[in-house]
Design a protein around this ligand. Structure first.
Ligand SMILES: *[C@@H]1O[C@H](CO)[C@@H](O)[C@H](O)[C@H]1NC(C)=O
Ligand SMILES: *[C@@H]1O[C@H](CO)[C@@H](O)[C@H](O)[C@H]1NC(C)=O
Ligand SMILES: *[C@@H]1O[C@H](CO)[C@@H](O)[C@H](O)[C@H]1NC(C)=O
Ligand SMILES: *[C@@H]1O[C@H](CO)[C@@H](O)[C@H](O)[C@H]1NC(C)=O
Ligand SMILES: *[C@@H]1O[C@H](CO)[C@@H](O)[C@H](O)[C@H]1NC(C)=O
Ligand SMILES: *[C@@H]1O[C@H](CO)[C@@H](O)[C@H](O)[C@H]1NC(C)=O
Ligand SMILES: *[C@@H]1O[C@H](CO)[C@@H](O)[C@H](O)[C@H]1NC(C)=O
Ligand SMILES: *[C@@H]1O[C@H](CO)[C@@H](O)[C@H](O)[C@H]1NC(C)=O
Ligand SMILES: *[C@@H]1O[C@H](CO)[C@@H](O)[C@H](O)[C@H]1NC(C)=O
Ligand SMILES: *[C@@H]1O[C@H](CO)[C@@H](O)[C@H](O)[C@H]1NC(C)=O
Ligand SMILES: *[C@@H]1O[C@H](CO)[C@@H](O)[C@H](O)[C@H]1NC(C)=O
Ligand SMILES: *[C@@H]1O[C@H](CO)[C@@H](O)[C@H](O)[C@H]1NC(C)=O
Length: 709
């Protein structure tokens, strides 16, 4: 059992990244880079003792004549395969195919990285005993299932199957679990979701020389399906960034830097691995592509063809603001500032006489109907301008420039509310020529504070929740696809609307499905699917191409720590902060993370949404406030200082460890009734019991024809 004092000793109060974070048993990253299959998923033909090589044992799996076995790693993994081969008869071949989802297990090829077809199998021609490894460019970025194919008469004896895990290349081989952040609550599903988000971002952190899986981009298309072209060649060898690590959109594909995806992935990295160098390398690779005449920033990193995206252009700028907020690296901000202003100016030039920004390119997160006075683009621009004003104040930028930005922002807000708000529906429409009310723009309007009053926020929140189907929140602007990317913003929108119940309900519904459905990896989050639960993502024609590990789907990880645990960083590194937990129907939450300034932690108990216990810690030298609407009581610091809450608020608190004392509390966290008028409601600490896991087994959609030889 971990007591509070032992937790304080190992992680809460030190900035040491080497201290093990609590709740390690939930971490999905492996403890070593040498991985082995954990079970046999299926066998076709005669493979004797297929299970003998599981778990790293030296075994003897003998393939006789045409036969195949599919091994399951139990979770999504990535890396380089080595087969240890024993005796073979003459003239043998043994091949490999990879897939993230069980839907695409095939004897013909892998799942897909291209717009059409499937990816080719890799073949060895073993002439005798020895280790046979795939070539370096045939690292596979994401797979849960590895099939071994034998297509010849004769036999091959496989004695070992090993994967050298390649993600997080800049971390020590035995330190892949060295998280600086943690989360635990009384809801096991949410605990698993937090750690799956953290792992998804790790598996999307790659060696920059192994980028870009779209090796036939613009050549293969949906008219050329697998049987027309045959399985397609694939390899990973394009250098996409400098440095020794980079964050890409997906583990399997595209393996490119996408600034929009980073807007969800980076906050979740911050609260889990705090892998700042990777974020900086990724942003640098994007700014290196900026057109220094016009200010245009890329839709995606090299070698993706340079094109203008109204929103992703802005996400480059948001990326710098986020990096500065989480890192407190002022020199980095200073180094980017003139390019940043150039980039913002580029966007401001598209504001027309209506006061709104005109989106003149449809490139976005692959939603449809992106153009004109689009509310998502206007919200993101409104947000970016305000980020710029805050950054400009840090840098002593001229007030005339910042005032001019503030005027443009005010114009956007006034015009958007006049032209795009539908007061009957309680939502914004996509633009002024449609009645469609998008998920993305309505979420972003709340995140950006484009809303003019709080009733708009609660109305949007309930209108969005009213749309949910059995598998999550539909994006009406993308043919009702479920977008785990945009839904990540929706989680934040419900929290900002004060409705933690709605945010947690959506997490359990949508991310619970993504974790527990047997077609998924039970470890990483998919990039998109259909609102009927089929694994077809509307923008793509080629279903095996969908990525099952996409950093843009990791929104819950940051939302659970920042909003549910309530640790808000208000300025760089958290030099100012606000603690305002909201637990919905949870009864306990214990979360924390580190920045360059030190550790931020929050332990909370609640009953029916009312906070009954809180202990938090922030680094010394920082200052902040606490907001606990409806709670009356006081905060006591470890040095004895006591501050009374006024209307649930306390401000000008110094960094340190503070404990809430609730006035008139009738119940403390362990359920013991008390009649005293003041109770020190010390939050319960984790006891190490795993609890029961909710697993929903859903009917498999009629799928791919599995052809084994
Ligand atoms: C087995 O597969 C290899 C690699 O594709 C191929 O060269 C060989 O002809 C196949 N052998 C048979 C008997 O199908
Ligand atoms: C919270 O409520 C949801 C229903 O919205 C339920 O499924 C879940 O089990 C509840 N969780 C806890 C910890 O009570
Ligand atoms: C598909 O690609 C082929 C070969 O590059 C090209 O000839 C054809 O026009 C493309 N079809 C479509 C629909 O883009
Ligand atoms: C190729 O065609 C065969 C025979 O029609 C079919 O069974 C198989 O599923 C097809 N494969 C792909 C990848 O489309
Ligand atoms: C990447 O690998 C492919 C296939 O092996 C090869 O044709 C290509 O030249 C390589 N490119 C680079 C940049 O190494
Ligand atoms: C920058 O944009 C201008 C205007 O579109 C164009 O003429 C120029 O070639 C671009 N520069 C680079 C380096 O792409
Ligand atoms: C306005 O929004 C609708 C709905 O998304 C879309 O069909 C239409 O193309 C948009 N208008 C422009 C100019 O993009
Ligand atoms: C946006 O700009 C394009 C290109 O200049 C123009 O055709 C379109 O009418 C503009 N849309 C609006 C809503 O002003
Ligand atoms: C406003 O919303 C109502 C209710 O959903 C709808 O009937 C109406 O068409 C919408 N009007 C516009 C201009 O979008
Ligand atoms: C949101 O905008 C309103 C003005 O419309 C302003 O009063 C309020 O302070 C803003 N909220 C935040 C969090 O910036
Ligand atoms: C919060 O969201 C839940 C779930 O969507 C909903 O039932 C409830 O009415 C909302 N609460 C408020 C105060 O809007
Ligand atoms: C999913 O993974 C968790 C560990 O994260 C494990 O406890 C659970 O049994 C797995 N579920 C299935 C169906 O394999």
């Amino acid at each position: 059992m971990a007591t509070l004092s032992s937790l304080l000793a190992i992680g809460f109060l030190t900035a040491s990244a080497s201290a093990a974070a609590p709740y390690n048993q939930y971490i999905l990253a492996p403890s070593s880079r040498r991985l082995h299959p954990v079970s046999v998923h299926q066998i076709n033909g005669s493979v004797v003792n297929a299970a003998s090589v599981l778990g790293g044992s030296t075994g003897s799996a003998v393939f006789n004549n045409a036969a195949a076995v599919t091994y399951d790693f139990g979770k999504n993994v990535a890396g380089l395969v080595t087969l240890q081969i024993g005796n073979v008869s003459a003239g043998q071949f043994i091949g490999l195919t990879y897939t993230e989802s069980s839907l695409w297990i095939s004897g013909e090829g892998c799942d897909a990285t291209q717009d059409a077809g499937i990816d080719e199998a890799l073949w060895f021609q073993p002439s005798g005993p020895g280790n046979y490894s795939v070539s370096r460019e045939h690292e596979r970025g994401g797979f849960r299932y590895l099939s071994l194919l034998h297509n010849t008469t004769g036999f091959v004896n496989v004695q070992g199957v090993t994967v050298q895990f390649t993600p997080m290349p800049h971390w020590r081989d035995d330190q892949l679990q060295a998280y600086t952040g943690y989360f635990h609550s009384n809801d096991e599903l949410l605990n698993r979701i937090w750690y799956a988000g953290a792992y998804t971002n790790q598996i999307c952190t790659i060696d920059p020389t192994r980028g870009n899986s779209l090796v036939h981009l613009g050549v293969l298309n949906s008219t050329q399906l697998g049987n027309v072209t045959g399985p397609d060649s694939w390899y990973l060898n394009y250098t996409i960034a400098s440095g020794s690590s980079v964050l890409v959109d997906g583990a399997k594909r595209d393996r490119l830097v996408w600034p929009g995806d980073m807007s969800i992935a980076v906050p979740s990295i911050t609260v889990s691995t705090y892998d700042l160098v990777t974020i900086a390398n990724s942003l640098d690779s994007l700014f290196a592509l900026q057109n220094k005449t016009t200010g245009l920033l890329p839709y995606a990193g090299a070698p993706f063809p340079l094109q203008y995206s109204p929103t992703y252009h802005l996400y480059n700028l948001i990326g710098v603001a986020d990096y500065y907020l989480y890192s407190n690296d002022l020199a980095y901000l200073q180094g980017k500032w003139s390019d940043w202003k150039l980039g913002l100016n580029f966007s401001l030039s598209f504001i027309d006489s209506s006061g709104l920004f005109n989106a003149t390119s449809s490139a976005d997160w692959l939603r449809f109907g992106m153009g004109g006075h689009n509310v998502e683009a206007n919200s993101i621009l409104y947000y970016t301008i305000n980020q710029g004003i805050a950054l400009g104040q840090v840098l002593n930028e001229s007030s005339s420039l910042l005032n001019s930005w503030a005027q443009r922002a005010a114009g956007i807000k006034a015009s958007a509310n006049r032209l795009l708000w539908n007061d009957t529906a309680g939502m914004y429409r996509d633009n002024e020529t449609t009645t469609l009310m998008p998920q993305d723009g309505n979420c972003w309007a709340i995140l950006a504070n484009l809303t003019a009053n709080s009733s708009q926020i609660t109305r949007i929140s309930s209108a969005l929740a009213a749309r949910w189907g059995p598998y999550g929140a539909p994006a009406v602007e993308a043919a009702n696809a479920v977008s785990p990317f945009i839904s990540g913003f929706e989680l934040q929108a419900h929290m900002l609307a004060g409705n933690a119940t709605a945010a947690l309900k959506l997490m359990r519904l949508e991310w619970g499905f993504m974790l527990d459905d047997p077609r998924m990896t039970n470890s990483t989050f998919i990039e998109g699917y259909s609102s009927d639960g089929s694994l077809h993502y509307a923008p793509y024609t080629n279903d095996p191409r969908v990525s099952h590990a996409h950093g843009w789907a990791t929104g819950p990880t940051s939302t659970l720590t920042f909003y549910v645990g309530g640790i808000h960083l208000l300025s760089a590194g958290g030099s100012t902060w606000q603690i305002s937990p909201m637990l919905g129907n949870l009864t306990s939450v214990d979360t924390g993370f580190q920045t360059t300034l030190g550790s931020f932690t929050s332990q909370v108990n609640a009953s029916s949404g009312a906070i009954t216990g809180l202990r938090f810690a922030t680094p010394s030298g920082t200052t902040g406030s606490v907001s606990l609407p409806g709670v009356s009581g006081s905060l006591r610091a470890t040095n004895g200082a006591t501050v009374a809450l006024a209307n649930g608020m306390a401000s000008n608190l110094t960094g340190g460890t503070w404990t809430l004392q609730v006035n008139g509390s009738k119940t403390v966290s362990n359920g013991t009734s008390t009649s005293s008028s003041t109770t020190t409601a010390t939050p319960a600490t984790y006891t190490g019991s795993a609890g029961s896991v909710f697993v929903s087994w859903l009917t498999l959609a009629a799928g791919w024809v599995v052809t084994f030889i």
